[in-house]
Design a protein around this ligand. Structure first.
Ligand SMILES: [Zn+2]
Length: 271
């Protein structure tokens, strides 16, 4: 029955396995736990080709399950030989999979190095140590390289300071590097909530103005709450520039919301 199955080259098999992450695409079984095969989505007998798009990774049970003709029982000797062949094939697949995993890991490390270089361009004279690179690696679990580059751009512009001979000061270098992750977060949040960037900014003003007690999370919550009642951004930023302590701020937010409620005709009973 295998006479009409077209031969698939090792390279092509490897391409299909890599694309499918060395996993059976029907049941999820993985190399090296199972021996992987290549399945034709459209059978060769029905005119299916060896095109990458017609090939899929499958374990033996799944591959057989798709066939209309079951394999014939084999004699013991050829079964034993088949087992040896299978063992050898599994070793090769393990080796290929490990190579592939290693190349992915190398690529991850390359991305970290490239981002470190990108940051270095902003801060000649300073270079990132292993801890710094470790941080970048962590950021990459949450953010894309592109998002991190954009944050580096903003952070460099906003926080780097230079001394007399044009060198980035150590203090500003540390601050700017520390801000990159936060900027990534704000940028992403502001894509889903266009207000948030301005609210963060207003909170920054408040934080600078209000001595003593200040709750970051609560402040943002108050501002968001005010926005949910359509209190204008300008109004909030004016309020931020006029208050001197936390209770003035929270009272001011309350008043602003009451004003909006009154305009909506919802009166005081909503207090
Ligand atoms: Zn399977």
């Amino acid at each position: 029955m295998s006479t009409d199955r077209k031969h698939i080259s090792k390279t092509l098999r490897f391409e299909v396995f890599k694309r499918d992450s060395f996993k059976c695409q029907y049941c999820g079984a993985e190399a090296p736990n199972v021996l992987l095969h290549i399945d034709h989505i459209k059978p060769v007998a029905a005119g299916g080709t060896n095109d990458l798009t017609n090939l899929i990774t499958a374990c033996l049970p799944c591959n057989l399950g798709k066939r209309d003709v079951p394999l014939n029982d084999q004699v013991a000797v050829s079964k034993a030989r088949a087992q040896m062949d299978e063992l050898q094939e599994r070793r090769e697949q393990l080796e290929l999979m490990m190579q592939w995993r290693e190349s992915l890991r190398d690529l991850d490390q390359e991305v970290v190095e490239r981002l470190a270089q990108y940051w270095h361009k902003y801060t000649p004279g300073w270079s990132l140590n292993d801890n710094g690179k470790q941080s970048i690696k962590k950021w990459l679990q949450q953010f894309s390289a592109d998002e991190i580059c954009k944050s580096m751009d903003s952070s460099a512009t906003s926080y780097l300071k230079f001394n007399g001979d044009g060198k980035v000061t150590e203090e500003s270098w540390v601050t700017a590097f520390d801000k990159i992750l936060g900027i990534c977060r704000v940028n992403r949040a502001s894509r889903t909530d266009p207000d948030i960037k301005q609210l963060y900014y207003i909170r920054g003003i408040l934080r600078n103005r209000i001595p003593g007690y200040f709750d970051d999370a609560k402040a943002l919550q108050y501002l968001k709450n005010a926005r949910s009642w359509d209190v204008p951004i300008d109004c909030l930023s004016e309020l931020a520039r006029s208050v001197k302590n936390w209770s003035q701020f929270s009272a001011g937010i309350g008043e602003a919301i009451q004003k909006m409620k009154a305009e909506l005709g919802e009166g005081d009973e909503q207090l």
